[in-house]
Design a protein around this ligand. Structure first.
Ligand code: ASP
Length: 346
């Protein structure tokens, strides 16, 4: 249906487009001619099998370590604006917060019927031996595959569900993992293979449901993230939860869903929930999920009405909380949407 349309590449910064600067690598601009030059080095048959594409870049390409919810929203808005004119999209982005942006985009662009593929690189495009060109080539191939109808993250020849992905290595070219969900696809002999029955295409019904609420209305840091450590006191948690700018809190608890046996801590959590704050828990273990109540030490979370994040990644959970808090929802609907799978994140 869209097969004769080109792909849109949105360059947002990151190592992939960096150039040497006075203090080290810094985000470069004018990405399109640089990319077209590099692509000219590919064998002609491979180049010819890539989809046609246009390139735009954000106003100020950044190191993704500087990204905030506002940047997530700028990218989602660009995708929404150009949605009908392209068959698919590639978003080039720094790897440091790539999984965060991928997760956020999935919540903002629900029900999409075209591919949105994020990628980046561990070395700049013009560096010898860089992974940049192959990642872009792979991302372009996935972005032209109509079987893909969701936000994916393409890296080192594999396609992961964006909202399930995590950066796992500071140095390996194969830097991303999807701990609780199988890969969506792979590149085999320069062809994109999207595995059947793993994508969201089966759930796709009707028109896309973009949700682009203004994240800036939430303030700078509406959701706090607290990783429990042995000896943590209820007072410390209370200091963050009592702050009136805190609208949500993600607790990273132990194992299958356990916290210290401390009635004061339960009181602090229950008070925050009672004040309408969205308080959620996930495990500190990268793999697996949590269930409250298997142990007495976890039952207290249920008593305090903390919501379970199941097996969601920290990135998927935090961006989901930011998203739901930005929507004008009553507390109970916000909690029930948090507990549902909106885009295959849990
Ligand atoms: N600091 C860089 C960024 O996230 C790292 C990278 O792209 O690999 O923008």
């Amino acid at each position: 249906m869209f097969a004769n349309l080109p792909v849109l590449i949105i360059y947002t910064g990151g190592t992939i487009g960096m150039v040497p600067g006075r203090f080290g690598l810094e985000p470069g601009t004018d990405f399109e001619p640089r990319l077209r030059d590099s692509l000219a080095s590919l064998p002609p048959a491979r180049r010819a099998s890539l989809p046609d594409f246009d390139v735009i870049e954000t106003d100020h390409p950044i190191d993704s370590s500087a990204a905030t919810p506002t940047e997530w929203q700028v990218i989602a808005s660009l995708l929404a604006t150009h949605y009908s004119k392209y068959r698919g999209f590639v978003v080039l982005h720094g790897t440091d917060t790539l999984a965060w942006t991928a997760s956020s985009l999935a919540y903002q662009l629900q029900g999409i019927d075209k591919p949105v593929v994020l990628s980046g690189a561990m070395a700049p495009l013009e560096s010898p031996g860089s992974d940049a060109l192959s990642n872009i080539e792979d991302a372009l191939r996935f972005s032209a595959d109509t079987a893909l109808q969701e936000v994916g993250l393409c890296f080192a020849g594999r396609l992961l569900r964006g909202v399930r992905s995590r950066k796992w290595s500071t140095h390996d070219a194969d830097a991303f993992i999807s701990p609780n969900y199988p890969v969506l696809g792979e590149i085999v002999e320069h062809q994109a293979i999207v595995y059947a029955n793993r994508g969201l295409d089966a759930l796709q019904r009707g028109a896309p449901r973009f949700e682009l609420p203004d994240y800036r209305g939430l303030g700078d840091s509406p959701v706090v993230r607290m990783t429990l450590w042995p000896g943590i006191s209820a007072d410390r948690i209370a200091r963050w939860l009592d702050d009136e700018t805190t609208k949500g809190a993600l607790l990273e608890v132990w194992g299958g869903g356990n916290i210290p046996d401390d009635p004061q801590l339960i009181g602090v959590l229950a008070k925050a929930v009672g004040e309408g704050k969205l308080v959620a828990a996930i495990s500190q273990c990268p793999e697996g999920s949590i269930a409250f109540g298997a142990y007495a030490a976890g039952n207290a979370l249920a008593e305090a009405d903390v919501v379970s994040g199941d097996g969601m990644t920290p990135e998927a959970t935090m961006t989901k909380m930011v998203h739901l808090l930005a929507l004008p929802l009553p507390d109970d609907q916000r909690r029930s949407r948090f507990s549902a799978s909106l885009v295959g994140e849990r």
